[in-house]
Design a binder for this molecule. Structure first.
Ligand code: TYD
Length: 203
């Protein structure tokens, strides 16, 4: 594996969970030490913030939403991600600060540069080294979703803007991003991911 801090990104229903499970199986076989974290969530405080963010019981204005995501992240990075990496684990993140840039920056229209900067402060500059972007048409991905939380039940145009936000990020940080066509076959995509990460080919 050629990095220590990896994130899976993509709009709702893009299939992050299946790819993360697939990668974990491979890392288990290779006896690699790793930790999976999810955002929002990942700690006791984080799971509390997750409830505030996703429950339909709360109305959360866009800027408050952005600050809540980054508040979660600040704690997660300091108390879990950095210590895990320092102890020799690979950290696999189910979403990361790039979700905020795409969803709050582009999707909510708060501004990509502004949300990048907000998160840069929250992370103290500790961004994921590599990002796998599962790119998919929102009409397809949303049809796959069974449980709709507050953000997941937003209008389709919101996901279209978030998708474009991700693609712009992938272009800007092209050395760090791998774009996967999540409408294509899973096994083939998994092979592409493994090759890019340099894992799982009986190394
Ligand atoms: P997640 O549990 O990963 O949802 P899913 O598995 O359906 O993709 O994330 C919950 C929701 O929060 C999802 O709609 C994406 C959104 N989100 C943001 O808007 N900004 C963020 O920074 C993050 C991490 C998630």
């Amino acid at each position: 594996m050629n990095c220590n801090y990896l994130a899976f990104e993509g709009i709702d229903g893009s299939g992050k969970t299946s790819f993360i499970e697939g990668l974990c199986e491979i890392l288990d076989k290779e006896q690699k030490k790793y930790k999976v974290v999810r955002e929002p969530g990942g700690t006791k405080l984080g799971e509390g913030i997750r409830e505030l963010l996703l429950s339909k019981a709360f109305q959360v204005p866009p800027l408050s939403e952005a600050f809540l995501f980054s508040a979660n992240r600040a704690e997660l990075i300091e108390t879990v991600v950095v210590p895990e990496i320092e102890s020799g684990s690979i950290v696999i993140s189910d979403r990361s600060a790039f979700s905020s840039v795409a969803y709050q920056g582009a999707g909510r229209g708060l501004g990509v540069d502004k949300i990048y900067e907000l998160n840069n402060v929250a992370l103290n500059g500790f961004w994921p080294e590599k990002i796998i972007l599962l790119d998919i048409d929102p009409t397809i991905s949303l049809a796959r979703q069974r449980i709709m939380d507050r953000i997941g039940s937003s209008e389709i145009e919101f996901f279209e803007r978030a998708r474009q936000g991700y693609l712009d990020l992938a272009k800007k940080f092209h050395d760090q991003f791998l774009i996967i066509d999540a409408e294509k076959e899973f096994t083939k995509n998994q092979e592409i991911i493994c090759e890019w990460l340099d894992v799982g080919q009986s190394k």
